[in-house]
Design a protein around this ligand. Structure first.
Ligand code: SF4
Ligand code: SF4
Length: 164
């Protein structure tokens, strides 16, 4: 079998490794003095941008009306079967609202499909990432935990309107 030829033979300096070690150390010291990206969590909190996909929440308008019309699309598209919606009628213009809306956060995989499919921009991925539970029941979020004012979600709404 023919001997494979090196593309380039090592020079004397390559062979003693010292320039490579010095280059590596220079890079290390450069990064020591540069900006730091690690946070001392939980004392220092990470504040995500609008592109972040934290736990899904439901939007409440400024006048207190829920955006959700209980169409059930989010529940149907959810790959983790984490959403349960029960519709009821209302006197409002929208006619329907979710009498019951639950998301099982133990199942949710933060895929964002529910947000993508919602025709009313009523379910959005929030910036919330601190989810810890003592028992399984606490991981099922009802409307009391899911409903969030539209002002709290403006970063996400702006991001979606620009990039979706
Ligand atoms: S983010 Fe994905 S997994 Fe979580 S509730 Fe929405 S569709 Fe289901
Ligand atoms: S959150 Fe959106 S997709 Fe889900 S039931 Fe309400 S209106 Fe329909």
């Amino acid at each position: 079998m023919a001997e494979k030829k090196r593309l380039k033979d090592l020079t004397f300096w390559d062979k003693i490794y010292i320039p490579a070690i010095l280059n590596g150390l220079a890079l290390t010291f450069k990064n020591l003095l540069g900006p730091k990206f690690t946070l001392k969590y939980p004392e220092e909190k990470f504040i995500p941008s609008g592109s972040y996909r934290g736990s899904p929440v439901l939007v409440v308008e400024k006048n207190g009306v829920e955006r959700c019309v209980a169409c059930g699309l989010c529940s149907r598209v959810c790959p983790a079967l984490a959403i349960e919606v029960q519709a009821a009628e209302t006197e409002n213009e929208k006619e329907r609202y979710p009498e019951k809306f639950e998301i099982n956060m133990l199942r949710c995989i933060y895929c964002g499909f529910c947000e993508e499919v919602c025709p009313e921009e009523a379910i959005l991925m929030s910036k919330e990432y601190e989810l810890a539970f003592d028992n399984r029941e606490d991981g099922i979020y009802g409307k009391d935990k899911l409903l969030k004012p539209v002002e709290e979600l403006k970063d996400r709404i702006e991001f979606l309107r620009r990039y979706k």
